[in-house]
Write a protein that binds this ligand. Structure first.
Ligand code: GLP
Length: 240
């Protein structure tokens, strides 16, 4: 794992935007794996700026999001569908049918998981996967105890994840209890993975990741088994 330590959130976002920009310019049909949460918002703002300045076009890009809450309509203000529209898709020239996010409202969630995995196989794997890290080490919504061989599946969110994400909702009660997430194995198929971590809140997780031992109780540790991972971490999250 390559480790890039940067000064702060802005520098982390700039570094990541550089990698995404390179990927889009270098690949004929780039496939990006995208994450949600607070961490990649700065990255998405920079990508939108580069598009507006005609430095980047997303016309040939396909995107796959890691996860979606179960039970939230795509128009729900806290759904990841809506998040992606607000932070990225509605501001750039990416065709709608080239963006993929699991459907958390699907009548058959099992069928939706299989369908998403098929799409990933057909168009993927991502050339570059953006990841954040949960305070408990989750990646996507692969919670502690997740199988490293797992594909896209339904997961019950850990109490600590619901509590951490309650800051994005009006109250803890509103935070969905389940999600669809790409599995650890689906994530590890990506050609390159860029893991972003910013702020003191992530320091313990980053520290544990750097211990380097694969442990299903700490899903991000699966990344140590991948040959092309860049951890872009700011000084606060690096904790040293
Ligand atoms: C969320 C998402 C992850 C994200 C992580 C960290 O629950 N499912 O994809 O990376 O938790 O979120 P944040 O960036 O807001 O700290």
């Amino acid at each position: 794992m390559d480790i890039v330590i940067v000064k702060n959130y802005i520098e982390m976002s700039k570094y990541a935007a550089g990698l995404v920009g390179d990927c889009i310019r270098n690949e004929e049909h780039p496939v990006l794996g995208l994450a949600t949460g607070g961490t990649p918002i700065g990255l998405y703002q920079l990508l939108v700026r580069q598009y507006r300045e005609c430095l980047l076009s997303f016309k040939n890009v396909r995107t796959f999001n890691l996860d979606e809450y179960i039970g939230l309509d795509p128009t729900h203000s806290k759904s990841y569908h809506r998040y992606m529209q607000e932070h990225l898709f509605s501001h750039i020239d990416i065709p709608r049918d080239q963006t993929f996010i699991p459907d958390g409202m699907a009548a058959s969630l099992q069928r939706e998981c299989r369908h998403y995995e098929k799409l990933l196989k057909k168009f993927g794997p991502p050339d570059l996967q953006i990841l954040g890290i949960g305070e408990n080490g989750h990646i996507g919504f692969n919670e502690p105890g997740s199988d490293f061989d797992g594909h896209t599946h339904v997961i019950r969110l850990a109490d600590s994840t619901r509590e951490a994400n309650a800051r994005y909702f009006q109250s803890l009660n509103e935070v969905p209890t389940h999600a669809i997430t790409m599995g650890v194995k689906s994530i590890l198929r990506s050609k390159k993975i860029v893991l972003l971590a910013s702020g003191e809140r992530k320091a313990a997780a980053v520290n544990r990741l750097l211990e380097g031992k694969p442990d299903p109780d700490f899903p991000a540790s699966a990344l140590t088994q991948h040959q092309n991972v860049v951890l872009v971490v700011d000084q606060q999250a690096f904790g040293k």
